[in-house]
Design a binder for this molecule. Structure first.
Ligand SMILES: C[S@@+](CC[C@H](N)C(=O)[O-])C[C@H]1O[C@@H](n2cnc3c(N)ncnc32)[C@H](O)[C@@H]1O
Length: 294
């Protein structure tokens, strides 16, 4: 079984993110350390990499021994506070976020992320948190279930799914209980699992917090690279890059010039090539956006 993580859009990330080889960079989603290893190869002896992952096992399993890297087992939503508290560099040259789960997490049956293995419905990236997918199944109201399946799973009629869960929640404990209950195609089940995972890990709120802090953490000319795998995340990133705020509201000066923090159209969206998707199917829905602070 493949449990290592093949980094997505690696060459493209490195090409646009690293513009100063002596700079300090942040990998906010360390995962299998794939992007981190390449960043370390690219930067000089004076350069630094500060990496975050909220999954303690990703850090333990994939730790890199290099004096230029500092690893934090923490949520990237606390990036500013952690950098400040640890007296590490507060202004950085670039920040990368490769959102979602790693192959290691998906391929570890007991983490309960995958429709391929039978296990308790867990899906927590941070195992110190109490809310799991099973808690959601057992306790959420009809309205809250509808909301999450609509927003995070793109289901147009979430009520059908929520009703079925409410009627059967007593009998649902494992990933296969859910798979059997819906007895549907892989696309449907993947969206169902994805919606639960996004809710369990509060992924959209964490991304909003990261974006807001990145704005002040970046030096002038610094780069922000985000790889997203869901239209909701990508829309948030697009609007943030365009306007400099997470509400996507354009602020202009008296002359009507956009007062965004970022260069307009620094790059277009970058997609993986057919060849990359062929060798790494996880890359299929990836969209990379990179911007530069003005
Ligand atoms: C797609 S993987 C990153 C893979 C990595 N780029 C590589 O090349 O190996 C995403 C990782 O980010 C972590 N993660 C997701 N959301 C996070 C958050 N809010 N704070 C910290 N880590 C997060 C996950 O635990 C997972 O290990």
């Amino acid at each position: 079984m493949k449990s290592f993580h093949q980094p997505v859009l690696l060459a493209e990330v490195i090409k646009h993110l690293i513009y100063d080889i002596h700079g300090t960079y942040v990998d906010s989603t360390f995962g299998g350390g794939g992007h981190a290893r390449s960043i370390l190869k690219e930067i000089s002896n004076k350069g630094k990499l500060i990496a975050f992952d909220q999954d303690q096992f990703s850090i333990i399993k994939n730790k890199i021994c290099d004096k230029r890297i500092i690893l934090f087992n923490a949520n990237f939503s606390k990036i500013k506070r952690i950098l400040k508290a640890s007296k590490k560099q507060v202004k950085v040259s670039g920040i990368l976020a490769d959102l979602g789960v790693s192959s290691y997490q998906i391929n570890t049956p007991q983490r309960g992320f995958s429709i391929r293995f039978n296990n308790i419905l867990d899906m927590r990236m941070d195992l110190s948190k109490t809310k799991s997918a099973l808690n959601i199944i057992k306790t959420y109201s009809f309205e809250n279930l509808n909301n999450l399946f609509y927003k995070y799973g793109d289901f147009k009629k979430p009520q059908i799914i929520s009703r079925k869960i409410l009627l059967n929640r007593k009998f649902i404990n494992t990933t296969f209980d859910l798979v059997k209950l819906f007895n549907n195609n892989i696309n449907f089940l993947s969206r169902l699992f994805q919606a639960l995972r996004i809710e369990v890990n509060d992924e959209i709120n964490a991304l909003k917090k990261l974006l807001k802090q990145a704005r002040t953490l970046l030096k002038k000319g610094g780069r922000l690279a985000i790889i997203s795998y869901h239209s909701l995340e990508d829309r948030l990133v697009k609007n943030f890059f365009k306007t400099g705020n997470i509400h996507g509201i354009i602020r202009s000066d008296n002359q009507g010039n956009n007062l965004s923090t970022f260069h307009k159209r620094y790059t277009k969206r970058i997609f993986p090539t057919k060849q990359e998707i062929y060798t790494n199917p996880r890359a299929k829905s990836a969209i990379l956006r990179i911007t530069q602070k003005i």
